[in-house]
Design a protein around this ligand. Structure first.
Ligand code: FAD
Ligand code: FES
Length: 319
């Protein structure tokens, strides 16, 4: 399951903004990840998953924009014609998007985006994105029939474990985009899916319809606006759910607080836990070494989030 020595992650302070990003970019050497957050004990480490047995090579495509729809709040969904990527993407993998000369011309670095959905028949992929910085605001202005340069699928994604009969995915904001294909894969294999969808408020929880449409899924929404996203509230609620219907596997993305909560739940129930993490990326393919997740020693680079992740397994301390 794991490769190499298990690198430890630095202490992750609570993220009051909960923007959906889970950057492990503290860039400091650290021995343990101390569970000092507000969601209970969570001492442990993130370790690399083995490389997939069959990994499709990424392709570079000039992809036509099929649609680019505003979903609500600050979120948009872009559908791209990308046959190879639609065929080969595994849950938790991502693409790097660059606007070509037909769009804004001064966009230099590509933006990493999870493949939120794919349709092999239509040969399309969907990315769902929050328009906040310069590049993603430019994306929101792109119309159908424009073209983007897309490289993918990239990264080491989620593993659906053979023993998983009930999968719980726990995500927040845009982090839910990394979990959607895993939920679909579990359902297609006949597993039950519990999807815990956290957001600032109802209008920002734009992937609720997607997860509700996954066969044999149960959706739990958790909002800041009514306090239900607070791990002190949500954690006990999920613990009851897991006592009623034990999950063999938990997967999470998008919030440090939720990662802490999930690690406590996994430890208490014996479920395994995988987490998709985020880092600033320039190439997305292991060349620039700009996305090293954490430092293992004084001069030792940690795993690259783009190549070795973005999905890592969480192991409780002592294992
Ligand atoms: C594996 C992975 C999957 C992602 N999936 C999604 C997704 O599905 N939907 C979504 O909305 N966002 C996703 N993100 C985050 C997204 O890449 C950033 O929000 C986006 O690059 C910010 O670009 P910007 O133009 O808005 O910001 P700007 O501030 O203009 O960006 C400046 C530079 O910093 C980089 N950057 C800034 N913030 C981030 C960040 N949080 N993570 C990585 N690079 C960053 C940009 O790529 C760019 O090169 C993902 C990130 C990673 C690493
Ligand atoms: S983004 Fe370049 S090595 Fe990861």
């Amino acid at each position: 399951m794991t490769a190499g020595g298990a690198p430890t992650v630095p202490d992750l302070p609570p993220d009051p903004t909960e923007t959906g990003a889970l950057p492990l970019d503290d860039g400091q050497a650290s021995a343990t990840w101390a569970g000092s957050g507000d969601a209970g004990p969570a001492d442990g480490s993130l370790v690399m998953l083995d490389a997939p047995a069959t990994g499709a090579r990424p392709s570079l495509t000039r992809a036509a924009v099929v649609s680019n729809d505003h979903l609500g709040d600050r979120y948009w969904r872009m559908r791209l014609l990308a046959p190879d990527i639609a065929r080969h993407t595994q849950p938790g993998q991502f693409v790097m998007l660059t606007v070509t000369p037909s769009g804004p011309s001064n966009w230099v670095l590509p933006r990493p985006m999870a493949v939120a959905d794919r349709d092999e028949m239509q040969e399309t992929i969907d990315v769902v994105y929050g328009a906040h910085g310069w590049g993603t605001r430019q994306m929101a202005a792109i119309g159908a029939r424009d073209e983007l340069t897309v490289v993918g699928p990239l990264g080491n994604g989620f593993r659906l474990e053979p023993t998983t009969r009930h999968l719980m995915v726990v995500g927040r904001g845009i982090g839910l985009c990394s979990l959607s294909l895993l939920a679909v894969a579990a359902s297609q294999r006949g597993a039950a899916v519990s999807a815990v969808l956290s957001a600032r408020h109802r209008e920002a929880n734009v992937l609720v319809p997607f997860f509700e449409a996954v066969p044999d899924s149960r959706v739990v929404t958790a909002l800041d606006s009514d306090g239900s996203s607070d791990p002190q509230v949500l954690g006990p609620e999920l613990r009851i759910l897991l006592e009623e219907t034990p999950a063999q596997q938990i997967a999470t993305c998008g919030s440090r607080r939720l990662l802490r909560m999930c690690s406590a739940l996994a430890e208490a129930t014996g479920a395994t836990l995988q987490v998709a993490v985020e880092a600033h990326m320039a190439c997305g393919m292991g060349y620039c070494h700009g996305c090293s997740a954490w430092v293992q020693g004084v001069d030792q680079e940690g795993p690259l989030v783009c190549r070795d992740g973005p999905v890592f397994a969480w192991l409780p301390a002592g294992r």
